[in-house]
Design a protein around this ligand. Structure first.
Ligand code: AMP
Length: 428
């Protein structure tokens, strides 16, 4: 098994420019149209690995440029189907938003490489998707449930697939999609290239998905719990009942354009969005109860600046690419520390600077400390807190606190143990 390590820039198989990755002229034309000057770390390692032709497992968080890391080399080397032929490349991804986002990039790349892309996702009608499949495409981007439905209806022939991408594989596992994914994989030709992308390649993830790849090259870019380098993080201890007015005041002080606010529940998201609207902010909410078209509309309105503040649940925390989020406010401390990493990763993307503020109430302090332990860092106190009414009984954030050395060592040991585990499993 070959390992590709981005920190070893300049070594064999790690490219320091797009030209050096081995991409052909049409794909390089797409890179220029996408406006990418240099490959990100994951692209520098994954593109040569994918072009080498074998299976590849990539551990990379969202926001690292992983979409182009698989689309560029995949379409670069892909043949062309018959007019009405079935897809030769298949990308399976957990959410509709991710699928549409991947398809957006695929349309740009495909315009240069001469490939057609179709998308099949749930939450919308079947007819248009059946029609697109009948017309033929080289690349199909799909969510598992809808793809399986169409396969069962005989509307989707996957017998020509040469390359399979399992995107956000760990997330598909978390969301209970593995039985569907397994059935999809079983319907594919055995001779194929499989590219597996996951935020983590820990042993518990590989146990379920490691069997989809054969002697893979492994690309590891970000460790679990690694927060985006270009996001400044702050915390503010508040009373639970003071959170809304603190948020309003922060929006007034810091500016309310292009702000993403995370809350825990769907109802809280709607409620908060209504309150913000009453206070004069243009705001929309997005969560799992919304229909596909409502979610798309909210994202679009935020993307084109019609809406300033987007209030979201964790449905949006992973994978979604919203350009230029100026800052993120965590109204609630996420219970899962890993969600924090995904939430704040929505700002400071692709080299831009961003910042994130977490409002922490007393009963959330333990969860907040779990985040600090996972990310092995002490989050500084919000700099502009003077004069903010944080309520009667705010959480006391101990300024002298440390990230517990014993826990960090254990975490580090666990992480290196997991990486070792993935290596030995992959070798089999
Ligand atoms: P992804 O991780 O694929 O969701 O990409 C995150 C963001 O990075 C998207 O906005 C991409 O357009 C952007 N991006 C991807 N690759 C590059 C690159 N090489 N240079 C600059 N931006 C990039």
């Amino acid at each position: 098994m070959q390992r590709f390590c981005p920190s070893a820039m300049g070594q064999r198989n790690v490219a320091d420019s797009f030209e050096a990755t081995g991409l052909g002229v049409p794909a390089l034309g797409a890179v220029a149209e996408l406006g990418y000057a240099e490959p990100t770390a994951v692209q520098a390692s994954a593109i040569p690995a994918v072009l080498a032709g074998g299976d590849v497992m990539v551990a990379a968080q969202t926001g690292t440029g992983k979409t182009a890391a698989f689309l560029l080399p995949m379409l670069d080397g892909l043949g062309h189907a018959r007019e009405d032929g079935g897809p030769m490349a298949l990308v399976v991804t957990p959410t509709r938003e991710l699928a549409l986002q991947i398809a957006d990039v695929a349309h740009v790349v495909g315009a240069h490489t001469g490939h057609r892309c179709a998308v099949v996702v749930g939450g919308v009608g079947y007819e248009a998707q059946r029609g697109a499949l009948q017309e033929g495409c080289e690349l199909l981007v799909a969510t598992p449930g809808r793809l399986l439905d169409l396969m069962e209806q005989g509307a989707c022939d996957l017998s020509s697939v040469e390359v399979l991408v399992l995107d956000e594989a760990d997330r598909m596992l978390d969301m209970g999609f593995m039985p569907s994914v397994r059935r999809i994989v079983e319907a594919l030709p055995r001779r194929r290239q499989t590219l597996l992308f996951s935020a983590t390649l820990e042993a518990n993830v590989l146990k379920d998905i490691g069997s989809f790849v054969v002697e893979p090259a492994v690309v590891e870019v970000d460790r679990k719990g690694t927060t985006a380098q270009n996001v400044e993080q702050y915390v503010l201890g508040v009373s639970a009942e003071a959170k809304k007015r603190v948020l309003v005041e922060v929006l007034r002080r810091e500016g309310a354009e292009r702000v993403l606010v995370f809350v825990k529940g769907k109802h809280r998201a709607d409620h908060l969005s209504r309150i913000l609207a009453k206070k004069g902010f243009s705001s929309a909410s997005i969560h799992g109860n919304r229909t596909q078209s409502q979610r798309q509309r909210a994202l679009l309105r935020f993307a084109n600046g019609e809406v300033d503040v987007l209030v979201a649940t964790d449905v949006l925390a992973r994978g979604i690419d919203i350009a230029e989020v100026r800052y993120v406010v965590n109204m609630d401390v996420p219970h899962e520390p890993e969600d924090y990493v995904h939430r704040i990763g929505r700002t400071g993307r692709a080299g831009e600077r961003g910042w994130a503020l977490t409002l922490c109430a007393k009963n959330e302090y333990t969860d907040f400390r779990a985040i600090e332990k996972l990310t092995a860092q002490v989050v500084p106190t919000y700099k502009h807190a003077a004069g903010l009414d944080v309520g009667q009984e705010p959480a006391m954030i101990d300024p002298a606190r440390k990230v517990c050395a014993a826990t960090s060592k254990r975490a580090a040991k666990r992480q290196s143990g997991n990486r070792e585990g993935s290596r030995s499993r992959a070798r089999r």
